[in-house]
Design a binder for this molecule. Structure first.
Ligand code: MG
Length: 483
């Protein structure tokens, strides 16, 4: 039998022998390849908890809060143990996440008012480039559900900062209080003596869709459930992607509310019920991603805006072995339980390198193929190599501001405190001529000051701080004007 050469069957189309036609074919091929590249840019979902402590998830060691869905995310993805919020309270922390810049740069950190209030005049300046605006440049649909807290006046709302869609409350769930305070303990009385009697009508918090108020007071009992449902609905509508969903739960920030299905179900009391309901919502989101075939092409990040609000006692969370909590520049104020999930995109493991919410803008921009703004200083770094499992985190430092003042700096394993102050206990501020120095890898609880033994390390840190401060350009304080 005569052997046939398969190559003989291939005929070069006559088109390719003509230069103009050949050029056309090449352009078509390039368009197809670019199209494939476009569809391979990952979708992003950021689930942001409010005032959740480092020790409040099962996978981060809580003994009586069950978080099976977050635990699964951590097992399939990356659990980050040295990941920081940009600040220790809501407004500046969120500004840092949205801009990739320390909040002092955008004027969103203030020593007059620590956060924005319902009578605040301003918000995140238009001159800032948000994560949503960045991803929009790459053709992403951008949706936000939950607590914004970067300005409630119309020009500052999410839909005027790069989001196509917004459903949520514009500031904290404990604001617009309608119940008068009666005891000398002032605000703190709410979370202890009178706790059992609190209802959603004790807070006249608005719920908004776009720029319209759709419910007031918001029924806080059902917010977590409704946020999850709304985020899922929006993602399904935009499943052809790419999309970015920023789901910022306003809990477990006090006042604590849970839907009926969760109230009284956890061993940790109402705080545990609330965290378990958030975890349940995560499970529903993961299930939806599976149903829609989005698992291989979506990155989900879970973290929190700041540490536990300790003066709220049993109504607040725990930073686990970390010192102090919300409002402070001790580790408990800013180190957050953080998980990156994305099968086929993220190399599973425990990451002990440093990372921060400041890094999300450069990381997502890089994954989406959008250059970061070149006309300003960014404080974030691209965590892509760590996510892919082929490199170390480029983040080697962290600056801890309280309001507009630099209190502490971490450089590698070392953390120097120039000023220390409890989150919410008055008269605890101390300035240190010789900064306190801790090795937070060996001593994560910041118990043993080693400054005397390491003047060399303090000298390097001081030099770094001097350079940081020399390059600091600050926009005017956006938080100070009220009333
Ligand atoms: Mg908070």
């Amino acid at each position: 039998m005569k052997a046939t050469n398969p190559l003989q069957k291939i005929r070069i189309p006559t088109c390719l022998t003509r230069p103009l036609c050949f050029l056309g074919m090449m352009l078509l091929l390039q368009a197809v390849m670019l199209g494939q590249q476009g569809s391979s840019t990952p979708n992003f979902i950021v689930v942001f908890a409010d005032d959740l402590g480092y020790g409040d998830l099962g996978v981060f060691g809580h003994p009586t809060i069950r978080t099976p869905n977050l635990d699964r995310m951590a097992a399939q993805g990356q659990k980050w143990t040295n990941f920081y919020a940009a600040a220790s309270v809501c407004t500046p922390s969120r500004a840092g996440l949205m801009t990739g810049r320390l909040p002092v740069r955008s004027g969103m950190a203030s020593s007059v008012n620590r956060v924005l209030f319902p009578d605040s005049h301003h918000g995140l300046p238009q001159s800032e480039v948000t994560l949503a605006e960045q991803l929009r440049k790459a053709g992403y649909a951008t949706g936000m559900v939950g607590k914004w807290h970067l300005g409630h006046q119309e020009q500052y709302l999410p839909t005027n900062h790069g989001f196509d869609y917004y459903f949520g409350i514009p500031y904290s769930n404990d604001m617009d209080r309608t119940r008068p305070l009666t005891s000398a303990r002032g605000y703190w009385e709410l979370w202890t003596r009178e706790w059992d009697n609190l209802t959603p009508t004790d807070f006249n918090v608005p719920l908004m869709r776009g720029t319209e108020i759709v419910e007031r007071p918001a029924d806080q009992n059902t917010l977590t459930r409704r946020y999850t449902e709304d985020a899922i609905r929006w993602i399904r509508e935009h499943k052809d992607g790419p999309f970015f969903m920023y789901l910022a739960h306003n809990l477990p920030h006090v006042p604590l509310f849970a839907s009926e299905a969760f109230r009284g179900t956890s061993r940790r009391g109402l705080y545990g019920d609330v965290v378990e309901e958030i975890d349940h919502g995560i499970g529903l989101i993961l299930k939806m991603l599976e149903e829609e075939g989005l698992v291989g092409n979506t990155i989900v990040v879970f973290t929190s805006d700041n540490g536990p609000w300790l003066p709220t006692e049993i109504s607040g969370g725990t930073a686990g072995m970390l010192r102090e909590g919300k409002g402070s520049t001790w580790e408990g104020g800013m180190r957050e339980p953080t998980i990156f999930w994305g099968p086929r995109l993220i190399q599973p493991g425990v990451v002990m390198d440093m990372g921060s919410t400041l890094d999300l803008l450069p990381t997502f921009s890089s994954l989406a193929g959008v250059p970061v703004p070149g006309d300003r200083i960014l404080d974030g770094t691209d965590l892509g190599p760590v996510l892919r499992g082929n490199g170390q985190s480029p983040r080697k430092t962290m600056f801890y501001y309280r309001g507009s003042e630099l209190y502490a700096v971490r450089m590698g394993p070392y953390k120097a405190h120039f000023i220390t102050e409890a989150g919410y206990r008055p008269n605890t501020r101390q300035e240190h001529q010789v900064p306190l120095l801790f090795n937070v890898e060996e001593d994560p609880s910041e118990r043993f000051d080693i400054s005397e033994a390491h003047p060399d390390i303090l000298a390097v840190i001081r030099k770094m701080v001097a350079e940081h401060q020399a390059n600091m350009v600050r926009l005017p304080d956006q938080l100070k004007d009220r009333g």
